[in-house]
Structures are given as structure tokens and as C-alpha cells.
Design a protein around this ligand. Structure first.
Ligand SMILES: *Cc1c(COP(=O)(O)O)cnc(C)c1O
Length: 390
């Protein structure tokens, strides 16, 4: 007889929706009957709430996190001949927008403990053509923004924070997205503040950049039906804005739950042989969009398969660093050039992580990892003992 194991999903947002369903559906129905689906007070309300949450003077809602980054680069007039430094260990959107404006992405390696930009390498990559740096607060963990801003200001380079995975995270008590010159956020459903569809926002304390981004996101329109430059259509729908404004009220609570889950993973997994858990920098408070461990010695696929058999679903973010992607062949990067992210892309595994993950579910994850890893290390010791005998 096959015993059935309960499956722990890597991500689940249905429970969260059930809690806020009444509030959300009432607000959505109100937008629907208002007849105002684009722009207007609902968008203004969300932008004000999001700006206030971050302690910045401007928030511009837009269509996605990708567009948020794109609009930032456009508003800074970054384009052909310019270089933008970023991490090779991120989602493609971060570098895609650099290419989309005609500039050149310059990839640097990461720190093995935080998965974030290696600041020494950022500084070493700066040339007279460098116009901006895009730090990514990957998996919810803030980059050392003190160190990064020092480097950027000494070279007079602009910093655009990619906060897509880190809404609510802080560096020295300050919200990410309010430390660099511009912050770019995504409301893709799996992000910490996830909408019911696509969405994004940009934060800045610079009124001129804010105004420029507003113009570009609205077809480059300055006065009605008059255009000074080529823009795009990148609006956030009112339905999304009203949902996001409700969810924003719960964000800190949800992030606290993620932090509790991360502490338990830390507590029970830190001494398990064959894996390495993520580290936080002093000063940084991660919001744990992902809890990503490293599985050493080329065992990742075997371990993931065994975990799957025990009902534990895991994900890989990201299996191939960006500098080695076929799309960037022309940039001429070679294997071995950014060794840390190349190594980590073969080791990283993201464990189930969402605010509603129950302690029973988490126990199952922890128990399964311990079981699989100890079995694995026993088998491998036996195997090597056997090999040395012949
Ligand atoms: C999700 C994500 C984006 C893009 O956001 P979209 O809303 O999906 O366009 C950009 N950067 C990072 C690091 C992301 O994780």
C-alpha cells in the first residue's frame, strides 16, 4: 500500500486571500460600479499610501516591476554608450531593462552568504561610462546600502534599488527603496506585496525625476495630446490599486510572519551537514521573499527529488546566472568569470516560504531535510569507504 504524504507547497496565496476576501471584494465592486478604471482618486490614494509607508515624497504607480526599472532608467536619460552595473544573480527583468534602453549591463559577482552584490566588485567595475548601479535586494534581503551609497556618491553615480522582492525590508531601520535615488517595486502575485495581477511602483524623493517618470509612463504626454518625447503606456489599473492599498495595511504583519518562519528554519537547519543557510548582515532586516539554502557537493537534484517524495516542494532561483544566458552571448562573458554566482546557481534551493505556512508544514520541511541529508551523508561515507578498500 502506498502511504500518502501531505504535500507542502513552495508558495500559496489562497489562505491569505480568504482572510481579506470580504474587504477586497467590496472594494473591487465599488471600483467596478464607479466606472473609473484608470487613474483618478483610487490611484492617487494608493500612491500616497505607498509613499507614506516608505517615507518618500513621490510614488508613481505603474504596470509592473519591470516597467518601474525601465521608467527609472528612461527618466535618468540612460541609453546608448552608458553602462549600468548590476548583479548576475537576479531575475532577468533587472538587466533586461538596461538592454531595453540601449545601455550595456555590466555584471558583477555576489557574496556567497547573502546572495547580494559584492561591493568590492561593484567599485572595480566602474568606468567613465558607468551611469547607474542597480542593487537587487534579492530574496528580501537588503544590500549593504551604506557601503553602496558611499561608492556611488564618491563616483557620482545614480542608484536604482530593485526592491521587487523586498517590499518592507529595512537597512539600518530605513525602508529599501527610500535609500537610493529611485526605488523600483513589483506587485507580481508572489512578491511580498502581491496584487491580483501585474503591477509596480517607483519611489523617489526627487520631484523632477518623479515628474519625468509620470510623463514617460503616460506616452510622453506633457499637455493633453502634446508629446515631447517617446513614452510608453504603463498604468496600474484602479482595481489593482484598490486591492494593493488594502494589502499594504497587512504587509508588516505578513512580513513578521515570514521572519518568524525564517528564524525557525535558521534554528533547526543551521547545523545540518551538507547545506548552508542564508546569512543576514548586521543592519539589514530581510523580509524573506524566499528562504534559499545551498545544497553542497552536487547533491541538489538528488536531495530535491527525495524531498519531493516526502511531499516537500522546492524551487530554484536561479539555475543560470545572467552573464551566461544565451541572450547575453554578445557581451562576451566566459564561464568562470563570476565564480560565486556560477557555483551558487548549481546549489541554491528555495524552501516553502509564505506567511501562512503552518508550523506543522514547516516541521515537515525541517524533518524531511534532516532525514534526507543525514541519510545522504551516511550513504556517501559508506560509498567512499567502499571505494578506498579496493
Ligand atoms: C519580479 C522581479 C522583477 C520584475 O517585476 P515584474 O512585476 O514581474 O515585472 C524585477 N526584479 C526582480 C529582482 C524581480 O524578482
Amino acid at each position: 500500500m502506498i502511504q500518502s504524504v501531505k504535500s507542502v507547497p513552495a508558495f500559496d496565496n489562497k489562505q491569505q486571500y480568504a482572510v481579506i476576501e470580504a474587504e477586497v471584494s467590496a472594494a473591487v465592486l465599488e471600483v467596478l460600479s464607479s466606472g473609473r478604471y484608470i487613474g483618478g482618486p483610487v490611484i492617487d490614494g494608493f500612491e500616497q499610501a505607498f509613499a507614506a509607508y516608505h517615507g518618500v515624497s513621490n510614488c508613481i504607480a505603474c504596470n509592473s516591476g519591470t516597467d518601474a526599472l525601465y521608467l527609472a532608467l528612461r527618466a535618468l536619460d540612460i541609453g546608448a554608450g552608458d553602462e549600468v552595473i548590476t548583479t548576475a544573480f537576479t531575475f532577468i527583468a533587472t538587466s533586461e531593462v538596461i538592454s531595453a534602453v540601449g545601455a550595456k549591463p555590466v555584471f558583477v559577482d555576489i557574496d556567497a552568504n547573502t546572495y547580494n552584490l559584492n561591493l568590492q566588485q561593484v567599485e572595480a567595475a566602474i568606468t567613465p561610462n558607468t551611469k547607474a548601479i542597480i542593487p537587487v535586494h534579492l530574496f528580501g534581503q537588503p544590500v549593504d546600502m551604506t557601503g553602496l551609497m558611499e561608492i556611488a556618491s564618491s563616483h557620482k553615480i545614480v542608484v536604482i534599488e530593485d526592491c521587487a522582492q523586498s517590499t518592507g525590508a529595512t537597512w539600518n531601520e530605513q525602508k529599501v527603496g527610500s535609500i537610493g535615488h529611485i526605488g523600483a517595486f513589483s506587485f507580481y502575485p508572489t512578491k511580498n506585496l502581491g496584487g491580483c495581477g501585474d503591477g509596480g511602483a517607483i519611489t523617489t524623493n526627487d520631484p523632477e525625476i518623479a515628474q519625468r517618470m509620470r510623463v514617460i509612463k503616460n506616452h510622453g504626454q506633457t499637455n493633453q495630446y502634446y508629446y515631447n518625447e517617446v513614452g510608453v503606456n504603463s498604468r496600474l489599473d484602479s482595481i489593482q490599486a484598490v486591492i494593493l492599498q488594502i494589502k499594504l495595511k497587512y504587509l508588516d504583519d505578513w512580513n513578521t510572519k515570514r521572519k518568524t518562519i525564517a528564524s525557525r528554519y535558521h534554528q533547526f537547519l543551521s547545523k545540518v551537514p551538507g547545506i548552508i543557510i542564508p546569512q543576514e548582515l548586521p543592519g539589514g532586516a530581510s523580509v524573506w521573499n524566499q528562504y534559499t539554502i545551498r545544497i553542497l557537493d552536487n547533491q541538489r537534484e538528488i536531495v530535491r527529488k527525495k524531498l519531493q517524495d516526502m511531499g516537500v516542494n522546492t524551487m530554484i532561483y536561479y539555475p543560470m546566472p545572467l552573464h551566461l544566458q544565451p541572450v547575453y552571448k554578445d557581451l562576451g562573458y566566459k564561464e568562470g568569470q563570476l565564480p560565486v554566482c556560477e557555483q551558487l546557481s548549481k546549489e541554491v534551493t528555495s524552501l516553502p516560504m509564505f506567511p501562512e505556512l503552518s508550523s506543522e508544514q514547516q516541521d515537515q520541511v525541517i524533518y524531511s531535510i534532516k532525514e534526507v541529508m543525514s541519510l545522504n551523508s551516511t550513504l556517501r561515507t559508506q560509498h567512499s569507504a567502499f571505494n578506498t578498500q579496493d
